[in-house]
Design a binder for this molecule. Sequence first.
Ligand code: ADP
Ligand code: MG
Length: 471
Amino acid sequence: MYEINGWEVVIGIETHMEVLSQSKLFSGASADYKPGTRPNSQVSFFDAALPGTLPTPNWFCVQQAIRMGLGINAKINNESIFARKLYFYPDNPSGYQISQTIPLVGEGYLDIHDDHGNMKRVGIQQIHIEQDAGKLLHDKNPIKSFVDLNRLGVELMEIVSKPDIRSPAEAANYLRELQAIARTVGASNGNMEEGSMRADINVSVRKIGSSSFGTRCEIKNMTSFKFIQAAIEYEARRQIKAYESGEEVIQETRRYSSATGETSSLRPKESAPLFPDPDLLPLIVTDEQIQAIRASLPELPSARKARFIKEYGLRESDSALLIEKPEISNWFEEAVAGKSSRTKPVANWMISELFAHPDHNIKPADLGELVDMIADNTINGKIAKDVFARMLAGEGTPLEIVEKHNLKQTTDMGAIEAIIDEVIAANPDQVAQYKAGKTGVIGWLVGQVMKQSGGRTNPGIVNQTMAKKLA
Ligand code: ADP
Ligand code: MG
């Protein structure tokens, strides 16, 4: 259990994810506001809040949030209610954000690892859908600010956890799992670096053994796993220190600075007024619609990880790395192509070599071919590294590379023995040491044979044959 001097940390996370969709939640304008898109080029009359325009819920956007809901084992509400959250700021000309009072997705849960590698369940309170805001541009002109409404109205889903998280590592594991699920069901790309996944982290502390919660502070807009963990640790220690010196912790919104590693007060906790949107009917989703969406879902990351362990005999930690992105799990399974002899070597090559080259162009079947060539002794492990480097450089398939550079292992025992005899004859000192009991020297002798053969011999066979000759 994670504890700080007899105190326990209690964490609940509100995660915002930008939903993948071609158009916005309530208008037909494009939801693609990538950098480089001309400002205000993707704004419908409704987005601009022209009088008389009405919102039209986008069924695809609704389905995306339902997919996410089913991914977190949640109950989908047959009826949910859109509501206006009033606020006044130039990033939204209507003066309100459309969110939900009764959420589309009700209670669910995720199973994650705790600090000791044991599974624990984190409850999820709800997922509601809402509009993103526009962007203010302050760096275009020294005395003017501009507003770009391309992002306004793009769908966000807010995933609210219960306060079930108990350590910085659990918080990161929870968010990683959410990210993997969103990517697998296709609801969001969950890229924290790009801001398409952001987390508000609520932190409180309490004496171990206490059954009531302490006052929470909310650290806003975190977009890095590393900083989230650092921020929780700092914030927990700050609150403990306050309690221990007889001060109160005030419920407030705080920000984390990666430069100082500290959190600081931003504003007191505010709650905006929310009321049902008179322009929108209750959102009705039928059981048949939910069933159809459920039937269309791919295998979820937790199920896939369990299958990789059971079916392929992979280690838990390797399996976890391979399911982080669906493209990677798919690539792995394509490379294995149902051949059990390939599973572990393919996993090892991917994790230890390929992950360092995220933009590689290697085809899954080619890595499969490479590990087969090692297994059937066509090439040895050392040569395989060279072949792999050439594959990365785009020289072709493993077979083509091996043939072009004549890298096949010599299977001609006569030729191997001839080199061994030569090496024995040329190194009488080492041979004498070996015979005197310093058997470790055989490694050096085998190395000489490997060198003379240009690496194209099997070190195991050379070792065996050499030992026989020296016996
Ligand atoms: P609000 O709407 O005021 O933000 P919510 O009930 O939606 O309040 O809770 C926001 C988040 O705060 C949730 O993720 C919840 O798990 C978390 N939370 C609630 N109480 C605590 C607490 N005492 N300590 C840490 N997190 C908490
Ligand atoms: Mg909240």
